[in-house]
Design a protein around this ligand. Structure first.
Ligand SMILES: Cc1ncc(COP(=O)(O)O)c(C=O)c1O
Length: 358
């Protein structure tokens, strides 16, 4: 009755959540520091909360399914016309819609690793054939030569920049080379682009085989409201709009996104704090003698000594993401989100305590 591929798929593993630590280690939830999911540590500003509250008064009605206001807001933010924009319930849904419009069974999908695990899941769900390309060196940078080679004859390549979990940005010239030297559809996941200040959005009108996927979950801190968008040529964005489900962004999500887009100054100030903290944490971790990958995002990939893993930090009440589910990484890697100063201090002292106990 069910498709065969479902035997091989596990539900997405988001890692530990604070209540898991409470249960496992008896640490009160309020004492747990959550640096596991690359979220913003800052709750939405008042204007966003008020916009959501106002929108909820009309929650008995469906939203306009073509989302003209949301697209207008995103058009102003990205500098692209609304016809180049498709919207969805988070970047994950857009990545799924891209797979939906692009992939037939057995089509080849190229995934550089380590990277965001959803790409593998989505490709498997479409019965695609997979080619994983390992990154180069200690920081797992994109191996352009091998990705170019693998992309010949492939249907879709997922590129994540800055890459989750390494935080490394893919050089623009490498993405252009893949766009120009192959016919593959290039899905560039820019979930963290506001932290790197680098984007391929300006190229979507020049390249019909480019789709840029973005989210309101990270820089704009709206992970719980599920809003994402894709930028592509009018032809490709139109296909995404036709293939997505109607009403896939909630009224509350749309209102929050619009209000957030009206308060860019606020989010830029928060970003400045996060970037400053990121560098402080990076230096402190490097000072402990650990390798920490130079990041252009709001998280850091840290290589722990062999035998150490995220569970030791969990025992100290600090949630980080372990490398367990990430292809191409061994278990002694952890990914830590940059939080508020006091949260980062808890991470650093937990790391020190674990290293001393070794
Ligand atoms: C690289 C990357 N893309 C997409 C997403 C999903 O974003 P959204 O919350 O918009 O579905 C994440 C979330 O962690 C991510 O790391």
């Amino acid at each position: 009755m069910l498709r065969e591929v479902l035997q091989y798929l596990e539900p997405y593993d988001p890692g530990l959540f604070p209540p898991d630590l409470a249960e496992r280690y008896g640490i009160p939830v309020g004492r747990v520091v959550n640096l596991g999911s690359n979220e913003s540590p800052y709750p939405p500003p008042k204007a966003v909360l008020e916009a959501v509250s106002q929108a909820l008064r009309g929650a008995n009605r469906y939203p306009d399914p073509s989302y003209p206001w949301l697209k207008e807001g995103l058009a102003r933010y990205t500098g692209l016309p609304a016809e180049c924009i498709s919207v969805g319930g988070g970047a994950n849904e857009l990545l799924d819609t891209v797979s939906k419009v692009a992939l037939n069974p057995y089509d080849k999908v190229v995934i550089p690793v380590p990277s965001y695990s959803i790409y593998l899941f989505l490709a498997m769900l479409r019965d695609a054939s997979l080619e994983l390309v390992s990154g180069r060196g200690k920081d797992f940078d994109l191996d352009l030569g091998r990705v170019l080679e693998a992309s010949k004859g492939a249907k879709l390549v997922f590129l994540c920049t800055p890459n989750n979990p390494t935080g490394r940005a893919i050089p623009r010239k490498d993405i252009l080379a893949i766009l120009e030297d192959t016919e593959v559809l290039v899905a560039v996941d820019e979930a963290y682009c506001e932290f790197s200040g680098k984007s391929m959005a300006g190229e979507v009108e020049n390249h019909e085989n480019l789709v840029v996927v973005r989210t309101m979950s990270k820089f704009f801190g709206l992970a719980g409201l599920r809003v994402g968008y894709a930028l592509a040529s009018p032809k490709l964005a139109g296909a995404l709009e036709r293939a997505r489900l109607p009403f896939n962004v909630s009224t509350a999500g749309e209102a929050a996104a619009l209000a957030a887009l009206d308060h860019l100054g606020h989010y830029r100030r928060l970003r400045a704090r996060i970037l400053k903290e990121r560098e402080r944490v990076r230096r402190a971790v490097a000072g402990m003698g650990l390798h920490v990958v130079p990041s252009e995002a709001n998280f850091l990939l840290i290589e722990l000594p062999e035998g150490m893993d995220s569970e030791l930090l969990a025992g100290e009440g600090v949630v980080v993401r372990d490398a367990g589910g990430v292809l191409g990484l061994t278990n002694n890697y952890i990914r830590a989100t940059v939080g508020r100063k006091r949260e980062n201090e808890r991470l650093l002292s937990a790391l020190r305590a674990c290293l001393e106990r070794r």
